[in-house]
Design a protein around this ligand. Structure first.
Ligand SMILES: [Cu+2]
Length: 176
């Protein structure tokens, strides 16, 4: 099962769960309840949510920003021009060397797409938006040689799931 199939199944399960919550709320809507005890519970949940975000969410957010691709140096020796189309990717080059920065110049010919690069294990390694009328620059250093997949990260229509391209990363140093 690949990443896309898992995300489709997960989305479907979450949609069903959400629908179940709405049906339950609708079912309970006829019951009269005293306001005060409900309010007390809601305040407790709100206080928990507030401190959870401050104590857990904030450190995680700061930690995730430790590698910010948008501040990486612009002098990248390897450049790949990327254009997103409904529904495929066009890369003017699909082979780069490991260990050397790659600058992706990403745009779109029609609607917004999400340019996401995944390693062989299915882990997202870098991503940016592909937007019509703009060129977004994303710099990434591939440390591990191998075949990487490009998937679309923004729903862009009927065949969105099939927007798959490949980038081959070779051992760095020799031909660059
Ligand atoms: Cu898409």
């Amino acid at each position: 099962m690949n990443v896309q199939t898992v995300s489709v199944l997960l989305s479907f399960i979450l949609i069903l769960a959400l629908a179940a919550v709405f049906l339950r709320v609708r079912g309970l809507a006829h019951e009269g309840r005293d306001y005060a005890p409900v309010q007390g519970n809601a305040y407790r949940i709100r206080a928990f949510g507030f401190w959870f975000l401050i104590l857990v969410g904030l450190p995680i957010s700061i930690w995730l920003f430790r590698e910010n691709p948008y501040t990486a140096e612009a002098a990248a020796p390897q450049v790949i021009n990327v254009t997103g189309y409904q529904w495929y990717w066009e890369l003017d080059q699909s082979e780069v060397a490991a260990g050397v920065p790659v600058e992706f110049r990403v745009t779109s010919a029609d609607v917004n797409h999400g340019f996401g690069i995944y390693d062989a294990a299915g882990t997202l390694v870098a991503q940016t938006q592909a937007m019509p009328g703009y060129v977004n620059r994303l710099t990434h250093v591939f440390e591990t040689p191998g075949t990487y997949q490009v998937l679309c990260l923004e729903y862009c229509g009927l065949v969105h799931h099939n927007m798959i391209a490949e980038i081959v990363v070779t051992e760095g140093g020799s031909d660059g």
